[in-house]
Design a protein around this ligand. Structure first.
Ligand code: ACO
Length: 335
């Protein structure tokens, strides 16, 4: 039986480090507030004179993942790109990666599931590989948030949290027993769509109406997040969806060698860790360095965890995410 294994991982983050103290110079905030509420110490924001874009960062991460898998770009037969911050409104960045890597005219799919985008993409790739349709799928999560944040005191509840960066994996078919993705679980609840959203120019809000309104205080251009409300849902849904995956695979929390939760808030990760009775060494966090990089957070964390020797051959890895939509999901992988 065909299964999907993670054959290679890689990540890319822009050079420009923005500390909490840097932010306190441009808005009313403090290192103390940000660290206490979120665990974040610094994040990467693409410098204004940099040529980094969501697609180029995704391509940089992809090159590393392909090399890590011992493959050539030409071995890739499908691209999946997850982001909420594409270079263009359309087309999505999947096709840009196809061009930037100089690939043949292979298919490229864009996933719009925000913080759960990587887990959703993983599940889609798993189905394609298990059916034998593709052998090597490139899955990328990349975000350039910093260009679209309200970096004034007005937007501090959102802007201090988000960072830029990209992560990628190569997913390959294997017949090796006991290897690969055991299960993926996906959910959504659209009634909370506006609790974490960017409602600006869209087909539900025409540009000429916005121009007529011409309101300098129009906040719909910036992401909105009802932080407390999202936090409460996140801590519940994370646990539910991890238990759902464990139950389907006939595993229990003690079987998990490493949990990589989407890096939304260190307090959320710590709460889940405590509720699930996992040791601190069983949960990987790097939000301190990068903030919340949305679709990129899990692959960046996975790439760092592997480089640090924290994910080893045969380990049971659990990935879980929750975010805008709301959407959430989990994956169990025998590494
Ligand atoms: N610096 C200083 N003060 C601030 C800042 C800041 N950066 N931001 C907000 N405050 C103030 C607020 O104005 C408020 O002041 P007030 O009491 O005088 O009104 C006070 O701090 C408390 O604000 P809250 O929003 O209640 O703070 P909270 O403890 O909820 O923390 C946070 C906010 C960090 C956003 C938290 O709610 C959270 O992490 N939520 C979940 C985020 C998440 O999981 N998102 C999902 C993934 S993201 C995606 O899908 C795109």
């Amino acid at each position: 039986m065909l299964r999907t294994r993670i054959a290679g991982v890689g990540h890319y983050v822009p050079e420009n480090v923005v500390t909490n103290n840097d932010l306190s110079l441009i808005m009313e905030t403090s290192d103390e507030w940000i660290q206490e509420r979120t665990g974040i110490k610094e994040r990467r924001w693409v410098a204004t004179d940099s040529e980094d874009t969501t697609s180029s960062m995704g391509t940089a991460a992809a090159r590393k993942a392909i090399a890590d898998a011992g493959l050539e770009p030409s071995d890739i037969d499908f691209i999946i790109f997850a982001t909420l911050s594409p270079d263009y409104y359309f087309p999505g960045p999947g096709v840009q990666v196809q061009e930037q890597l100089g690939l043949d005219t292979i298919g490229a799919l864009d996933v719009r599931n925000q913080c759960s985008g990587f887990v959703y993409g993983l599940s889609v790739a798993d189905q394609f590989i298990k059916t034998g349709m593709y052998k090597n799928i490139l899955l990328i999560g990349s975000e350039l948030h910093s260009g679209g944040l309200d970096k004034t005191t007005r937007g501090r509840g959102v802007s201090v949290i988000f960072g830029d960066g990209a992560g990628a994996v190569v997913l390959s078919a294997t017949e090796e027993e006991g290897k690969g993705i055991l299960t993926t679980k996906l959910h959504s609840e659209g009634k909370h769509a506006k609790e974490l959203a960017l409602l600006g120019p869209a087909t539900s809000r025409w540009v000429d109406t916005i121009m007529e309104e011409n309101d300098p205080e129009d906040l719909s251009y910036y992401p909105y997040m009802n932080g407390n409300f999202v936090f409460k849902h996140a801590v519940t849904r994370f646990q539910e969806v991890i238990h759902e995956a464990l139950a389907e695979a006939g595993k229990s929390p003690e079987d998990i060698d490493l949990l990589i939760p989407h890096q939304a808030n260190l307090r959320i990760s710590q709460y889940i860790q405590a509720k699930m009775g996992l040791g601190a060494d069983k949960v990987f966090n790097n939000i301190m360095k990068y903030g919340n990089t949305t679709a990129a957070s899990i692959p960046i964390a996975l790439s760092e965890a592997k480089a640090e020797g924290k994910v080893k051959d045969g380990d049971l890895l659990c990935l879980a995410a929750f975010g805008s939509g709301f959407t959430w999901g989990s994956a169990l992988i025998q590494f």
